[in-house]
Design a protein around this ligand. Structure first.
Ligand code: DLL
Length: 434
């Protein structure tokens, strides 16, 4: 049986949906032009006025927004609402030390709770579900996003957050958890811990898992489903747009429905920046048409995928996005946390004696992502006593961990060990098979 949270809106015939989208888009463009200096200036530069938006096709006349714009206007410059109307901020890593900040009004928290409630319902949840939220709570949007959506649906919500796996498993059993929300890699880790701790599938009552925040493969889906005895659904989102709940799979697990009455999707060619058609691979771009805190026009996500408008058996009319196949920048996602190699580089070079040659090796060990950084040392330092080297290593590990919020292992190598490149340096070796 198909579960809906807002059936009318989720299954709205396309012509009506498009009418609604246009109305919201026009209101939004007028709103940001008036309220946000950044957009006022950008639209003036592009020679476009709010009254020029006459049909959905006019979307492509609007300027793009990038992560760099958010960084340049850190922390509050992209807000359209005054700060006293903002009730929450979330943030994710930027390429420099600066965070990418997203501000939410009460209206935005409501929009988010609603799209998350819809997302949970699309995965088969209802008010009878018992939802264990094992995404991290904090500046990251995973925990609180899933939490508010689950409460909005009326489900029993457990704010477990990530970590403390033994306790998570105990709660699965004792609280009769039906729904697990976490990153797919943490789900696999929990599945292995379950075996180590001597739990059987018959001890558990899991029905569905709602996994996202990082790319994962069909092979991983099969493993998670078999090991945890649940149906594994993909959920997608990004803090700049709202957090989790921008799109989600339905029971047919064949692409994720984008909640198009809130987020207008486009796929663009990364070279020409021209919009591409359904079925074509390119970069996903979103315009938020119902937010008031920090609405964004044509935000370039850097995520590469394609869209389809083919009808879905669930009856929802909102287009579906295929799995994200990669990014058009160098952002890595390590255990759900966004990391840019440039953040690691700046942290390394705060210490004297480090050569500018390093390599970041990412691997997945026991289903958890690990980072090792091989760093070349000046010859003089290499001949130093072990204690000095150990101190240096500790210092570097501390610096990098505080820059990217993830612990890393530093491995010193002698000068010339890291292969030199005549083109772009190969800074990252990603051994994870996702
Ligand atoms: O990861 C929001 C989220 C939380 C989504 C929990 C799903 C579940 P950010 O930290 O801002 O927000 O990272 C956003 O993560 O641009 C993608 O590159 C990647 N990403 C998110 N979900 C998926 C997914 C959250 N299902 C960035 N598949 C995005 C592949 C994903 N990549």
């Amino acid at each position: 049986m198909t579960h809906y949270y807002e059936k009318g809106l989720e299954t709205m015939p396309r012509p009506n949906l498009e009418k609604l989208q246009l109305k919201h888009l026009q209101t939004l463009v007028e709103y940001v032009y008036e309220k946000c200096h950044f957009y006022h200036k950008k639209m003036d530069e592009a020679g476009i006025k709010p009254s020029d938006i006459k049909c959905l096709g006019d979307l492509k006349r609007l300027p793009f927004t990038t992560k760099q714009d958010l960084r340049d206007n850190y922390p509050y410059g992209m807000f359209s609402a005054p700060v006293n109307e903002i009730v929450r901020v979330h943030a994710s890593s930027g390429t420099t030390g600066k965070l990418t900040v997203a501000g939410y009004t009460q209206n935005d928290i409501d929009v988010w709770s609603t799209v998350m409630a819809r997302s949970l319902a699309a995965c088969g949840c209802s008010s009878s579900s018992i939802v264990n939220v094992a995404y991290g709570y904090g500046l990251f949007t995973g925990g609180l996003g899933a939490h508010y959506g689950s409460e909005r649906l009326g489900a029993l919500t457990i704010p477990a957050s990530s970590g403390n796996s033994k306790r998570q498993l105990q709660m699965f059993k004792d609280f009769k958890v039906t729904t697990l929300c976490c990153t797919p890699s943490y789900a696999l880790y929990l599945a292995d811990e379950m075996k180590n701790e001597g739990y059987n599938l018959s001890d558990l009552n899991l029905k569905q898992g709602i996994f996202g925040a990082e790319p994962w493969s069909e092979e991983m889906r099969v493993q998670i489903e078999n090991k945890l005895g649940l149906k594994a659904y993909n959920i997608y989102g990004l803090s700049e747009i709202i957090g989790p709940g921008v799109s989600v799979e339905c029971e047919y697990q064949n692409g994720s429905h984008i909640w198009e009455d809130h987020f207008l999707p486009e796929i663009i060619d990364t070279e020409t920046l021209e919009p591409l058609g359904y079925g074509q691979q390119g970069e996903l771009v979103f315009t938020t048409i119902s937010k008031t805190g920090m609405p964004l026009l044509r935000y370039r996500t850097r995520d590469l995928c394609s869209l389809t408008d083919e009808p879905c058996k669930c009856g929802r009319t909102h287009v579906r996005m295929a799995k994200v196949i990669g990014r058009s920048d160098d952002m890595l996602i390590i255990g759900g946390v966004n990391v840019f190699p440039s953040q690691i580089e700046s942290a390394l070079f705060t210490v004297k004696g480090i050569e500018p040659h390093y390599q970041i090796i990412v691997d997945r060990i026991n289903n958890l992502d690990k980072i090792e950084i091989q760093v070349e040392l000046e010859d003089e330092l290499f001949s130093d006593e072990v204690k000095t080297l150990q101190n240096l290593k500790n210092q570097l590990e501390k610096n990098v961990a505080s820059a990217i919020s993830i612990s890393v292992k530093i491995h010193f190598v002698s000068r010339g060990t890291i292969e030199r490149s005549i083109g772009k340096a190969v800074r990252v070796i990603d051994k994870r098979r996702i």
